[in-house]
Unconditional design. Structure first.
Length: 398
């Protein structure tokens, strides 16, 4: 028999008239995700989504659903007709399968279908009495049972189940619009990507590559990170910008303690133009308050002055150990700690300015006409479509 999974999506229920838009998107995202692992039917009834697996590994399907944003929880369920006889039989068959002798239990009923003739407590009582009359060694504990047998009565049919897994929560990817993430090969920006995706932002990524100062391995690493994040975001696009000439010019024409600030302003300009071309409404970075000189409030203000688009920083107030914890859970950590050079660390000054001012940055940029190099970087950008690739280090999110 085909396995059936019931999907709940708590937060969406709060979204009023946007609800069907959210549901459609979630449905679409689940379908795209399921295609990678199984042959199944994904459909919606009022307030619930269902995945009916025709062919495929149940564990793999569940693990993918747990990584799909917008899902609050999910259960494998057994379908029953809207008939007490059938509900009782299905409940008994399920308990026979999962019950361990001596384990306490309780029946809980949810009746979304108010036309069903029995009220929830009556359904629970009848089902419990039936199961108890046929199974041995099944003590009832209504306060803190070890096993809960759930009966959910909906419009067209009823469902019985004993387990619910927590989903990743958040919003379906895409409902919050599109953003452009500045992706380095470090620990932070992939985690920032995960958090933005979790709030429903569809992302494209932009990576600045400074060959030969940064090697092909550094580029490879970024491709691998983005391929892993495609598990959460669907197939995604990565832009790789050749940054070497621009970077050299910055260090030639600006005082070295201002190099990082001017470089980051140039990154913002290229990112903003890329966002415009790709229909992204905001930039996202892995910046974190106080982590390094370029991440003081003053530095961030001067950096984003050059963007002309909102710059969002999902990790702004996280501690490094919290970021690492997420990176390990989502599987990006083992890739991020591979040794590599980032263009931010090439030519780095030992004492960069920590309290820069906009006017000074703007004045320094007047010393040289960077415009042709900005164009060169934009026009020679490489755009790659990336499909999901699993990480051996992925722990899974519970
Ligand atoms: P990360 O771990 O994400 O590299 P970080 O703590 O090393 O961050 P920085 O190197 O100062 O910090 O970079 C801050 C942010 O700037 C990064 O999180 C990323 O969003 C962006 N960034 C840095 N280097 C690059 C790059 N080569 N290409 C694209 N974006 C970058
Ligand atoms: Mg970095």
């Amino acid at each position: 028999m085909a396995e059936l999974i019931l999907i709940r999506y708590g937060e969406l229920a709060l979204k009023g008239k946007n609800r069907s838009y959210f549901e459609e998107r979630l449905l679409k995202n689940i379908r795209a995700n399921m295609k990678k692992a199984s042959r199944c039917r994904v459909y919606r009834t009022r307030g619930r989504l269902f995945v009916e697996i025709m062919e495929g590994d149940l564990e793999e399907v569940i693990s993918r659903l747990k990584d799909t944003f917008g899902i609050s929880s999910l259960s494998t369920v057994v379908r029953a007709q809207l008939d007490m006889g059938d509900i009782k039989e299905k409940a008994l068959a399920l308990m026979e399968k999962v019950h361990r002798p001596g384990e306490t239990f309780k029946v809980e009923t949810k009746r979304a279908n108010k036309a069903f003739p029995l009220k929830s407590p009556e359904v629970s009582r009848e089902v419990a009495a039936y199961v108890l009359s046929r199974l041995e060694d099944l003590p009832v504990d209504v306060h803190s049972p070890q096993k809960r047998l759930h009966v959910e009565i909906r419009e067209a049919e009823a469902y019985v189940f004993t387990e619910a897994w927590r989903g990743a929560g958040g919003l379906p990817v895409g409902v919050s619009g599109k953003g452009l993430l500045l992706l380095s090969g470090g620990i932070d920006s992939p985690v920032a990507a995960y958090l933005a995706l979790k709030r429903g932002v569809a992302l494209e990524a932009l990576h600045f590559h400074s060959f030969p100062f940064t090697s092909d391995r550094a580029r490879e690493k970024v491709l691998d990170l983005w391929a892993l994040l495609a598990r959460y975001g669907g197939d995604m696009t990565l832009h790789v910008a050749p940054f070497t000439n621009l970077q050299k010019a910055i260090y030639q024409h600006c005082p070295s303690d201002w190099g990082v600030i001017v470089m980051r302003r140039m990154m913002m300009r290229i990112a903003a133009e890329t966002a415009l071309r790709r229909g992204a409404k905001a930039l996202f970075t892995g910046e974190n308050l106080g982590q390094v000189a370029s991440q003081t409030m003053e530095s961030m203000a001067v950096t984003e002055d050059a963007a002309g688009l909102p710059v969002f920083r999902p990790l702004l107030c996280y501690d490094k150990n919290e970021i690492i914890h997420i990176a390990k859970n989502i599987g990006t950590y083992p890739i991020s700690i591979r040794p590599y050079e980032d263009c931010c660390t090439v030519f780095v000054d030992p004492h960069p300015v920590t309290r820069p001012q906009k006017d000074r940055a703007r004045a320094l940029e007047e010393n040289f006409d960077f415009t042709p190099l900005l164009h060169e970087c934009l026009e020679n950008m490489e755009t790659v479509s990336i499909s999901e690739k699993a990480s051996p280090g992925k722990k899974g999110i519970s």
